[in-house]
Ligand binder design. Structure first.
Ligand SMILES: Nc1nc2c(ncn2[C@@H]2O[C@H](COP(=O)(O)OP(=O)(O)OP(=O)(O)O)[C@@H](O)[C@H]2O)c(=O)[nH]1
Ligand SMILES: [Mg+2]
Length: 295
């Protein structure tokens, strides 16, 4: 008997405003920290696949940047990734966060027009005060009576199994898109640069995280250790000083935290060296954006 008969596979794309929990949900489904997350908006800048393969199915989840009105070229590129994710979806997971006052229905409208089934997720229900979850559910159900709504907590895994089963039911019969041992479309270098970026989002305030880009320039795996070199780019000289910090303590902290996460991810000892450089106004520069992988 052909074991692949009835095999299901498809693209399940996670869309929503910044900071609603898209990357956290991807990690919850993957059972692994693949995408970086932070309490600051616009942490994710690229589309990233999380590929989950079982004997009966393969789900290709897509994490995407938060949907916004782009103000500069980097954000235009980020919105391009969101549009692509709307176009090739077999299932769209549209997320809002329980506490957000304005859910920007225009993004939902875009998702509903895309043609794939949309599951509407109200996330962060673990933070509920009073009857917030029910109120928000009723509000959206009245506006869109056909909408299939799930109230979840990506962090506490509340109702995520129920959601997962619904996704599986919607998945089309199709052969696998990726080899079964592949977990993402992104390289080890990309994952490392993202881990460093996450620590920058964690450790610095205001414009610094948004002015920073990271590139892994060397990744050498030896028997017992991985040796990684990374360049951290900022937009101005003054920002370079802030990233490094007094007696280089700030950059050391970023390095230590990033190395810790890399060791968990690769299950191996990591040696990490970072270099801070200035790439003047890279966020607005077409050529520099291309160099950093924003096509
Ligand atoms: N309490 C609670 N916090 C959550 C939940 N899901 C995500 N968060 C937190 O919300 C913040 C944003 O989460 P992310 O997963 O980075 O959000 P995102 O939608 O990917 O954000 P962008 O990449 O900026 O668009 C982080 O601090 C998460 O820990 C949840 O279910 N409950
Ligand atoms: Mg994200």
């Amino acid at each position: 008997m052909d074991k692949r008969k009835n095999f299901k596979a498809g693209f399940v794309n996670i869309i929503g405003r910044p900071n609603v929990g898209k990357s956290t949900l991807l990690n919850t489904f993957m059972g692994e920290k693949l995408a970086i997350t932070s309490s600051k908006a616009q942490t994710t800048r690229h589309r990233m696949f999380g590929i989950l393969t079982e004997p009966e199915f393969q789900i290709v989840f897509s994490d995407t940047p938060g949907a916004i009105d782009p103000a500069y070229k980097l954000q235009e590129r980020m919105m391009g990734f969101v549009r692509n994710a709307l176009e090739d979806a077999d299932v769209i997971l549209f997320i809002v966060a329980l506490e957000d006052k304005n859910d920007h229905p225009e993004v939902l409208e875009m998702a509903l027009k895309a043609g794939a089934p949309v599951l509407f997720l109200i996330n962060k229900t673990d933070l509920e005060k009073g009857s917030q979850t029910l109120d928000k559910t009723n509000y959206w159900q009245e506006l869109y009576p056909e909408l299939e709504i799930f109230t979840i907590s990506a962090l506490d895994k509340r109702n995520t199994d129920k959601l997962f089963n619904r996704i599986l039911a919607l998945l089309p019969e199709h052969p696998a898109y990726f080899p079964k041992d592949e977990m993402t479309d992104k390289s080890e270098r990309f994952i490392c640069s993202e881990i460093i970026r996450e620590k920058i989002f964690l450790n610095y305030k205001q414009e610094i995280p948004y002015s920073t880009e990271v590139s892994v320039t060397s990744f050498k795996e030896e028997e017992k250790i991985i040796r990684i070199e990374a360049e951290i780019y900022v937009e101005r000289d003054s920002q370079k000083g802030i990233i490094i910090g007094k007696k280089a303590e700030a950059i050391k902290q970023v390095g230590t935290q990033a190395r810790g996460d890399m060791e968990v991810f690769f299950g191996k000892k990591v040696h990490l060296e970072t270099f801070v450089k200035v790439e003047k106004d890279w966020r607005k520069d077409e050529r520099k954006l291309k160099k950093f992988g924003y096509h």
